[in-house]
Design a protein around this ligand. Sequence first.
Ligand SMILES: [Zn+2]
Length: 244
Amino acid sequence: MNPRTLRNVVSTLFTKQMLQQVRLAVISHAKAEPGICPACNYEGRFAPFGMPVRTGVMCPKCWSLERQRLLALAMKRRDIEIEGREIIHFAGEYSVTHLILSKGPKSYKISEYEGDHGDVRLNIENIDLPDNSLDLVIANHILEHIDDRKALSEIHRVLRPGGEIICMVPIIEGWSETYENSSVTDPVARDMHFGQWDHVRYYGSDVRDRIREAGFDLREVTAGPEDVLRYRLSRGEKIFIGRK
Ligand SMILES: [Zn+2]
């Protein structure tokens, strides 16, 4: 193929903006500072990820992103207890599976509502499990997709007293009220309003009230500046931990 034909093919397949993103990704990767992955102990440069591209984000060994690394760090520091607990992980984050299993849970099951990859298939809004039957539920980046009040109430029901929910959500801390708009149903409009085509709200700082209203005592884990740099985390990202 001559260079002109190749150029035509490339410009047909990729927009100028996409090529600019690839160029930025290559340059930013070359400049990225090395870090440590608490999920798999990888040390080195992290890969660029996302559109628009973010630098130094994905662990090239276990594919963890910032939020899974924060979760792994909290588990390693025992902000989240794993040992001896019966755990369901909704929409499993496979980059932390190995770490969780190494910490000696009584049982650990991944629930996938779609696809056949999970150990079980549970509807988080109507969980097919008895009351007081679990010690830990992990449900990260799920509540913004669904009827969160139903899900939180169901999770509270299936947890034993002293059991905990781990949840992370996209949040604008500067908003005192969560933004919801039931008239926004089109995927393109949802992307614009809520930040992703299948999200139904954008949480404000009152997400804490929703978790408490379901009956949980709430605590939070946030990484400090040194951990952010060392483990390549997102500044200000929160793990919400509700205790029944
Ligand atoms: Zn890793």
